[in-house]
Ligand binder design. Sequence first.
Ligand code: FAD
Length: 195
Amino acid sequence: MANNERATCLVVGGGPAGMVLGLLMARAGVEVTVLEKHADFLRDFRGDTVHASTLTLLDELGLGERFAAMPHRILDRVQVQLDSGSVQVGDMSRLPGAHQHIALVAPFDLNIIVYQGRLQHQHALAVPPGAVIHEDEDAFVMVAGADNKAHRRKVTLGLTTPKLAEITSGVKAGENVIVQGQQGLPDGADIAPAK
Ligand SMILES: Cc1cc2nc3c(=O)[nH]c(=O)nc-3n(C[C@H](O)[C@H](O)[C@H](O)COP(=O)(O)OP(=O)(O)OC[C@H]3O[C@@H](n4cnc5c(N)ncnc54)[C@H](O)[C@@H]3O)c2cc1C
């Protein structure tokens, strides 16, 4: 952390708890910094076994697809070999929830996926929060079209801070989002850029 970096919240410790807390707070718009005394993940690893409940947690964090794309093996039952034959001692098919298995991943990969969950926002599209129109659960912006009309666009918001609202879908780089006078502007209204 640079000496002049500012944050409204510090989380000390970048283990699973600290990293997920940092991710959730950042998504909620809190300026948060996670302090970790180690510079990397290259030490005794503790995340090769990813339990069904952890897989559900990754889904809830929006990291499930990223996890599924990682090389991993699935363990859905456990058997032991006795002299009398093979005996099943564990069966995860009756676990509640979306995942009825344990995933086995290579050392360090799970740590890194949570870290990337934060970093994936580095090259984000963002607008001033005031440009976003909230209606019930939905968020919209008004895009100034080349046809000199305002176009109402439903968007998905990512990280939001007091100064910026990240847009993860609904607007492309290079499009002009109207940041003043957009409240109450009807879809398709004629507009003229301010001089
Ligand atoms: C050998 C072993 C294997 C395990 N394998 C698995 C597994 O396969 N699957 C599974 O689900 N769980 C596993 N666990 C359990 C899992 O590791 C813990 O549940 C988990 O790490 C707890 O997360 P945490 O964030 O609370 O704490 P920690 O992971 O201990 O994180 C705390 C972090 O704080 C940092 N820190 C400490 N003091 C400071 C300081 N003063 N300043 C800055 N940073 C600091 C530490 O470096 C550390 O990174 C294993 C545990 C052990 C011991």
